[in-house]
Design a binder for this molecule. Structure first.
Ligand code: FES
Length: 147
């Protein structure tokens, strides 16, 4: 059901933890499953993401997608990090079962929320970044069946 890459990132998640005095912190939740994700970004003066950490109260797919997402945004500029969509993360993981696709949104939204926090704190605007939602349930396209 899960690809080897998903299992690897679930069993050995990268970049778990917190960053003290992070440049930006973002927390999002999914009201439907109750899972929560928090992302910490350390961004240097050239707007490059020096370090990233995450913590989650989430399912295995949320852990694996966040782990991969942190690997993909590390070393990138804030603008490049915006291109790391949940689709890009899923591709990098060789896919997710359809009922778990919404879990990958937690990582994307948490990164966006952390970037938003960074931009607000530093008085800058990041082109293409939209105000984050607190609950990704608002973003899910089609209502999913109960599972
Ligand atoms: Fe909630 Fe996966 S079931 S994030």
């Amino acid at each position: 059901m899960y690809s080897e890459k998903v299992m690897d990132h679930f069993n050995h998640p990268r970049n778990v933890g917190e960053i003290e005095n992070a440049s930006g912190v973002g927390t999002v939740g999914n009201a439907k499953c109750g899972d929560i994700m928090r992302m910490y970004l350390d961004i240097d003066e050239n707007q490059i993401i020096r370090d990233v950490k995450f913590k989650t109260f989430g399912c295995g797919a949320a852990v694996a997608t966040s782990s991969m997402a942190t690997e993909l945004v590390k070393g990138k500029t804030v603008n490049e990090a915006l291109q790391v969509t949940n689709k890009a993360v899923m591709e990098a993981l060789d896919g997710l079962p359809p009922v778990k696709v919404h879990c990958s949104l937690l990582a994307e939204e948490a990164i966006h929320a952390a970037l938003w926090d960074y931009a607000e704190k530093h008085g800058i605007e990041i082109e293409g970044l939209e105000k984050p939602v607190n609950d990704i349930g608002e973003k899910e396209e089609a209502p999913e069946e109960e599972y």
